[in-house]
Design a protein around this ligand. Structure first.
Ligand SMILES: Nc1ncnc2c1ncn2[C@@H]1O[C@H](COP(=O)(O)OP(=O)(O)OP(=O)(O)O)[C@@H](O)[C@H]1O
Length: 298
């Protein structure tokens, strides 16, 4: 549903994005995660047809990202979404529905339904007087006025309180369940880990890892095994753990060596636990590896 092929964007001499390639399938939630300045917004804007790539191309719902026809299939939520402060949620959304030529009856029905799903109160209050969370909900509702198949959301939950954040992430899931395709960016790893089917980790303008969270864990993370034994294991660095002893090793072959050593010492293995790295730990490792990456090498 979305295809990004070697997207590149250079501002003067500065390579903001050095080659984003990924695809998002219909009905999938795909997250781009990375620190500030990684190139997430630039990538999303190239996909939304708002920035012209310096090289590479993108398609959305079969249309070239730069084809104005593509806009009919797309709902874009910018990172900052200034609203017309003197309008109410209803009048603001009506205004955008009109821009998209949505027939007024359909628009009213669609807007009310979306605002119901977002549990948005105060629909007739001036937007200048509503909370930040409500403003974000209105901006989300705006991305849906043309009932697009594809949603591109830049940091949809950034700066919101935990309750509203959960609300927004749950809503993204609902969109996927309703058959929409969602591409979104976040710098909070928890957001992508909890809702995305697949993720790409971006750093310094390039995608440094991509896949499902378990795939990324398997490929880039190091799982540790904690082997609990009934006796200290002399050949290994063993720490006391209550009335047992624990040895931390990196792979199953080492687990077997601990088992043999414990047997030789007159004891046995009583438990084995694995510690999976969090996406955050993997992310920090990958970010450290690319410190001298493409941008640094320029
Ligand atoms: N119009 C521009 N002119 C010059 N440099 C730009 C421009 N837009 C973005 N950049 C630079 O390109 C890099 C990538 O910016 P981008 O906004 O895509 O990052 P991001 O990952 O979305 O970061 P954030 O999480 O802070 O929004 C940054 O170093 C930014 O300063």
């Amino acid at each position: 549903m979305i295809e990004a092929d070697s997207l590149r964007k250079t501002y003067g001499d500065f390579p903001a994005v050095v080659g984003s390639t990924f695809d998002v399938e219909r009905g999938e939630i795909f997250g781009i995660v990375g620190p500030n300045g990684a190139g997430k917004t630039t990538t999303l804007k190239m996909i939304a047809g708002l920035i012209e790539p310096s090289a590479g191309s993108a398609t959305v719902a079969g249309f070239d990202a730069e084809d104005p026809e593509m806009r009919r299939s797309l709902g874009f939520l910018p990172e900052e979404s200034p609203l017309y402060e003197d309008m109410t949620a209803r009048s603001y959304l009506d205004f955008f529905a009109d821009l998209y030529d949505v027939p007024s009856e359909t628009a009213t029905e669609r807007i009310e339904e979306t605002l119901d799903r977002l549990e948005l109160d105060h629909r007739d209050r001036r937007l200048g007087d509503v909370s930040k969370g409500m403003k974000r909900k209105v901006a989300i509702a705006r991305s849906l006025v043309n009932d697009p198949d594809v949603l591109v959301y830049d940091e949809p939950a950034s700066g919101l309180d935990p309750l509203t954040t959960n609300y927004v992430l749950e809503f993204v899931r609902e969109l996927r369940d309703a058959g929409k395709t969602v591409l979104f960016s976040a710098h909070n790893l928890y957001h992508v880990e909890s809702v995305c089917d697949r993720v790409a980790i971006m750093n310094r303008g390039e995608i440094v890892a991509r896949g499902t969270v378990p795939e990324i864990r398997e490929r880039y993370g190091t799982t540790e095994y904690r082997v609990f034994t009934s006796v200290p294991v002399p050949a290994f660095e063993t720490d006391p753990a209550g009335d047992r002893h624990v040895t931390t090793v990196a792979d199953m072959a080492a687990v077997e060596r601990v088992r043999e050593a414990a047997g030789e010492a007159g004891g046995e293995v009583v438990d084995i636990r694995t510690d999976e790295p969090s996406l955050e730990e993997i992310f920090l490792d990958l970010a450290a590896e690319t410190v001298d990456g493409p941008r640094g090498a320029q």
